[in-house]
Design a binder for this molecule. Structure first.
Ligand SMILES: Nc1ncnc2c1ncn2[C@@H]1O[C@H](COP(=O)(O)OP(=O)(O)OP(=O)(O)O)[C@@H](O)[C@H]1O
Length: 270
């Protein structure tokens, strides 16, 4: 079963972009990681962020997640400015993310990891459910059903009772994505989701991302090195270089942009 579409973003429902960064600047000491960057994720679309090494992609992702507070600029969600976005605010805002480091809990099972994501909708909370209190029983069952459904969708339900550390990396990546999807976000932030994946897994990942946006109206911000994946699944792409936006547009526009070609000159494009 796919995640519910009840929270999916539509232009009418959002009253604006799914996420917009305006004039965002971030410095680390003397390093200008981002300078006046604008980016708008249109509802229900996949927006890619690419750029050579050190271009500022991770910093931009961290701003969108609330890990990094920009020195200047604003973040808007559905037309409203978010002041002091924090990582723990994401679920309440209908946002979910996966990280390069995956961030799975090694001491609980795959299913329990995904339940942490699904817990966004629980009234009684994951801890109460874990403790098995009677009033939580029905809700816990519903949460487990949804978590299992997401694991099935990503073809990893057979690992539900296993511990993440014992699993191959591509499986752990799917579990991390399942945990994000279990929260039924309408905006998904993906940081290098294809890293460490083989060709088949990458193709399936691309199909899933496209299906989430096209069939379910989920908006996606995709920071990714693999150019072929970005070109295949993104509706729009923002290109960063030395912390500045040097181009944005459709994959075809970006591919032919002289500034982009110059930025990547000498880089091996994955
Ligand atoms: N915590 C930090 N402290 C100091 N400098 C940083 C920090 N994080 C990033 N930078 C610097 O900011 C710039 C942008 O880095 P960032 O990691 O955002 O780029 P990136 O495009 O994700 O690079 P890569 O593709 O290599 O991962 C780089 O010059 C980097 O060295």
């Amino acid at each position: 079963m796919p995640p519910s579409t009840s929270t999916a973003a539509t232009p009418a429902a959002t009253g604006g972009t799914a996420l917009a960064l305006r004039g965002v600047s971030v410095s680390f000491g003397g390093v200008h990681a981002l300078t006046g960057v604008d980016l708008a994720v249109a509802p229900g679309t996949v927006h890619g962020v690419i750029g050579p090494n050190g271009a500022g992609k991770t910093t931009l992702f961290n701003v969108a997640c609330g890990f990094v507070v920009p020195d200047e600029g604003t973040i808007e969600r559905r037309g409203e400015q978010l002041t002091r976005l924090r990582p723990h605010d994401l679920a309440g805002l209908g946002m979910a993310r996966t990280l390069q480091g995956l961030g799975l809990f090694d001491r609980v099972t795959v299913l329990e990891n995904v339940l942490v994501g699904a817990d966004r909708h629980a009234r009684t909370g994951f801890l109460t459910a874990l403790l098995g209190l009677p009033r939580a029983a029905r809700e816990e069952r519903a949460l487990r059903d949804r978590a299992m459904a997401v694991l099935e969708r990503l073809d990893v339900a057979s690992y539900a009772a296993r511990y993440p550390a014992s699993l191959p990396y591509p499986v752990r990546k799917r579990v991390a994505l399942a945990r994000a999807l279990a929260a039924e976000p309408d905006l998904l932030l993906l940081d290098e989701p294809a890293s460490g994946l083989g060709a088949d897994d990458m193709t399936e990942l691309g199909d899933l991302v496209q299906s989430l946006s096209r069939d379910e109206g989920v908006s996606v911000l995709l920071v990714e090195h693999h150019m072929d994946l970005v070109m295949r699944v993104c509706d729009e792409i923002t290109v960063l270089d030395f912390g500045r936006r040097i181009a944005s547009g459709t994959p075809a526009q970006v591919r032919d942009d002289p500034a982009v070609l110059a930025a990547y000159l000498g880089e091996q494009v994955g």
